[in-house]
Write a protein of this length. Structure first.
Length: 274
């Protein structure tokens, strides 16, 4: 989801889950910092979940269950947590599939994919798209995006492939400081073996992605599903023939874009030029 004007709400179910997590943590005589270290999450992540401001990922819940010996309570409760209230209606099913995906491919020609955004870049994008959000809505949406970025650190890991248009980075959304931070962030985010980023050159006469942005996802059952998003709309694509066409286009774009190594060099040059 590149950008959403749907507000992220701190639902009652999220707050109840957070309270339960805190109760089990205190029962185990652990501070938030100590639990964060055991779960391999940041202190801020644990605090946000306990405060009902952040949706716990499936990995977070499983680790908390084991570390806190929660008798299956956290695992049972999370099934009733209202995460979807914080997502655009058209994106909810795709977000559910992402949680258990084994592979995720994303081509984007409008903005940097949400999974790779910095907070400053997210703010700039959300403030640029009318109608302007309230300060509370803005903070809620940023928190929702941060929560979704936990997918990049999920265990077992997801194999990520991103193709982003060079023009998206040359736009300097948010200004030079935001862009400089973003470029460094992209370089760091794509260091792990399971995250691959390719830049589509601004000058590329042969381009298989002119129909617009797309995403492809592989399920644990080794089935492929597609997703396409536009103005206030999104479409989950499960028809095998349609998904096959998307796969062919994505494969072609991977051959047309810069290699991951060349993309990293371009990012470094772009950052150095700022």
């Amino acid at each position: 989801m590149a950008n959403s004007s749907t507000a992220v709400e701190s639902s009652d179910s999220l707050r109840v889950f957070g309270a339960a997590l805190k109760t089990f943590r205190e029962r185990a005589l652990l501070t938030q910092e100590q639990l964060a270290e055991r779960l391999n999450y940041s202190h801020a992540s644990v605090a946000s979940v306990e405060q009902g401001r952040r949706m716990p990922t499936a990995v977070f819940v499983e680790r908390a269950e084991e570390e806190l010996e929660a008798f299956g309570v956290l695992r049972a409760m999370v099934r009733h947590v209202g995460r979807q209230r914080g997502l655009a209606v058209w994106f909810r099913e795709w977000a559910r599939l992402e949680e258990t995906a084994v592979g995720l491919c994303t081509y984007e020609c409008r903005v940097v994919p949400g999974l790779l955004q910095t907070e400053a870049y997210t703010r700039a994008v959300m403030l640029n798209v009318p109608p302007p959000p309230t300060q509370e809505q803005l903070e809620q949406r940023i928190a929702a995006r941060r929560a979704r970025q936990d997918l990049l650190r999920r265990e077992p890991p997801i194999a990520f492939s991103f193709i982003v248009e060079e023009s998206v980075l040359l736009r300097h959304t948010g200004g030079e400081e935001v862009t400089r931070e973003l470029l460094g962030h992209l370089l760091a985010r794509t260091e792990p073996w399971n995250v691959e980023l390719q830049i589509m050159p601004q000058r590329q006469p042969y381009h298989a992605g002119t129909d617009g942005p797309m995403q492809l996802l592989e399920t644990p059952e080794r089935q492929w599903v597609g997703y396409a998003e536009g103005q206030k709309t999104g479409q989950l694509i499960s028809d095998r023939e349609a998904v096959s066409v998307m796969q062919m286009r994505y494969a072609k774009m991977r051959s047309q874009a810069l290699s991951p190594a060349d993309s990293a060099e371009l990012l470094q040059r772009m950052r150095g030029a700022l």
